[in-house]
Design a protein around this ligand. Structure first.
Ligand code: SF4
Length: 322
């Protein structure tokens, strides 16, 4: 069987520190800042690497994806599972936290590994992508109206596997909405193939994509084109963002990001306070600063381009609006 183009592009991603260091022409002093053997694997699509200026570890993209020795800093309050995902695991691949919707953990794989990922220590199932028990759970939970395909990144799965999951969910009467949480199109927009769009177009239920992006520099015209093709297939497009120190914790970066995506038919949904997973102290922005930024944003952006600033508090019945 032919390997799809996006899989070939995925194979060209950087996964070795020495290779990205050479590619970015890092000098000795920058090389010394890198963590050679990070506990959370390094992975970066070539498209993103090409947007990073040479020998620059302080640009908003290198900071998000290159492992730095700062990840070794330990601090009280930064723990392995800050959102307590483990206690909401109802089946091997289900996290059921909130009423009416749940997360289907489709895979542990992503297109890129974000250094601040709150699920970087999650014990992802090592079993095959078979979801019989999970689909049975969803079928018998008639209070559910939405299933969120999460992970990892659901678009890491093949079209064949996604089609099976989507068709099964589409056939469940009480499920009205199927939501994807994905960052894949930011790194590998080629993943939005005509065959994937065809699979989506055959579904009866409303599809929502929530993409994850943190800085306007992540985007380019190929990405917007791929996201537009989803919109043209009746997919609602939203975006969530994590507030990250030195990356987007300033008014200009956030305003540019929210305006850029809104102008391309994608609406900012949530601005997340950082989930305090260990190894991410250098990304922490105080809530006081986040509140100031969101208040300033409200003054200069229309409501549809201003996300809600939220924090995930374990055992709260929904994301807490700050
Ligand atoms: S894409 Fe999402 S799930 Fe994957 S590493 Fe980044 S934050 Fe984590």
């Amino acid at each position: 069987m032919d390997i799809p183009l996006w899989r070939k592009i995925q194979k060209e991603s950087f996964s070795k520190i020495s290779e990205i260091s050479d590619f970015l022409q890092l000098d000795e002093s920058n090389n010394k800042k890198l963590l050679e053997k990070p506990s959370f694997r390094f992975l970066l699509p070539r498209r993103i690497a090409e947007k990073i200026p040479k020998n620059n570890l302080s640009c908003p993209l290198s900071k998000q994806f290159l492992p730095l020795k700062e990840e070794l800093i330990k601090k009280q309050g930064f723990i392995s599972d800050p959102t307590c995902d483990a206690i909401f695991q109802k089946e091997e691949k289900i996290l059921h936290k909130y009423q009416g919707r749940l997360l289907l953990i489709t895979t542990g794989a992503c297109a890129m590994n974000c250094r601040f990922c709150f699920r970087q220590n999650f014990s992802y199932p090592q079993t095959k992508p078979i979801f019989e028990r999970e689909l049975a759970y969803i079928k018998q939970e008639s209070s559910l109206h939405e299933v969120i395909l999460s992970g990892g990144d659901p678009l890491s799965l093949s079209d064949e596997t996604l089609q099976k999951i989507l068709q099964a969910l589409d056939a469940i009467d009480h499920i009205q909405i199927i939501r994807f949480h994905t960052r894949f199109p930011i790194g590998i927009p080629e993943r939005i193939t005509p065959s994937f769009l065809e699979i989506l177009s055959r579904l009866k239920k409303q599809i929502i994509f929530v993409i994850h992006a943190n800085h306007a520099n992540e985007f380019d015209q190929d990405i917007f084109q791929a996201l537009k093709s989803l919109r043209l297939h009746n997919v609602q497009m939203l975006m969530h963002t994590v507030l990250l120190k030195g990356i987007n914790d300033d008014l200009t970066s956030l305003k540019n990001l929210f305006l850029t995506v809104s102008a391309n038919g994608i609406f900012p949904y949530y601005l997340h306070q950082l989930d305090q997973v260990e190894g991410t102290t250098h990304f922490y922005t105080p809530i006081k600063k986040g509140l100031f930024l969101i208040d300033e944003l409200r003054k200069i952006l229309p409501g549809y381009a201003t996300p809600r600033y939220v924090q995930e508090i374990p055992n709260a019945p929904y994301k807490t609006i700050l």
